[in-house]
Design a binder for this molecule. Sequence first.
Ligand SMILES: NC(=O)c1ccc[n+]([C@@H]2O[C@H](COP(=O)([O-])OP(=O)(O)OC[C@H]3O[C@@H](n4cnc5c(N)ncnc54)[C@H](O)[C@@H]3O)[C@@H](O)[C@H]2O)c1
Length: 254
Amino acid sequence: MSDFKNHVVAITGATGGIGRATARAIIARGGRVVVSDLDASKVQDLVEELGQHAVGLAVNVTQAADNQAMVDLAEQSFGQLNGVFLNAGIEGQVAPFEQQSESAWEDVFNVNFHGVRLGVQAALPALERSGGGSIVMTSSVAGLRGAPGLCPYVASKHALIGLMRSLASELGPKGIRVNTLNPGPVDNRMMRSIEEQSKPGQGEVVKQAFTTRIPMGRYVTNEECAHMAAFLLSDASSGVSGNTYLVDGGYCAG
Ligand SMILES: NC(=O)c1ccc[n+]([C@@H]2O[C@H](COP(=O)([O-])OP(=O)(O)OC[C@H]3O[C@@H](n4cnc5c(N)ncnc54)[C@H](O)[C@@H]3O)[C@@H](O)[C@H]2O)c1
């Protein structure tokens, strides 16, 4: 498949479960990637695994200058930027609303919302120079529904959907598409953390409880999320903008 025609996509949170799978999926479809995450050595290992169609750098998405450096690296290395997968996120504390600390709210909003906003700000001039492009933000089923114990996370993921819809309206005339990827529970590190925080020492019980609410009877995989992200970032979705794209095994159907 060559849906990317050498397109260049910058990815944040790229050494995590969904980001890494998406970098692999884009390269497999003929694209090139700039991979970024907090830990420089993990980024370097990923670049080596991905090969000649990948470059990378350490990026803290809460820093405007880091987001700019990511965009600059795309243009310096590959001459253009055609898409951004603004995917870095943190789950924060699992605790009732009254017990969420001020810093928990700040941390979650700084990464999950402002990190994405800053990514858009850095990418826009480069996307315009390329004649348009695709912005994909990783929201969640938690962007569409509430979840007890996860107020900051849920609020931040809802906020991304508002940002996406407004940006899709503003940027459509410039040929820039904007969508959110909304995974349900994914079988990876973040869900292990949420399960363990919810019932310390009994994460498997929490997983079972989540699983009974998923019509397909299982969590989705990083790769299943990556296929959707890659679709939204590629020319195969050239008419698609301003919407939420669930990969949730039917979780939100009921
Ligand atoms: N795992 C799930 O069940 C699930 C469900 C719905 C949505 N999501 C969302 O998917 C996205 C990817 O998460 P994942 O499931 O791959 O989990 P993950 O923890 O494996 O990946 C998240 C990545 O973001 C990076 N990151 C965190 N803070 C950062 C910062 N300040 N700057 C740069 N990078 C930072 C982490 O280092 C990590 O590699 C997140 O936005 C998450 O909220 C996950």
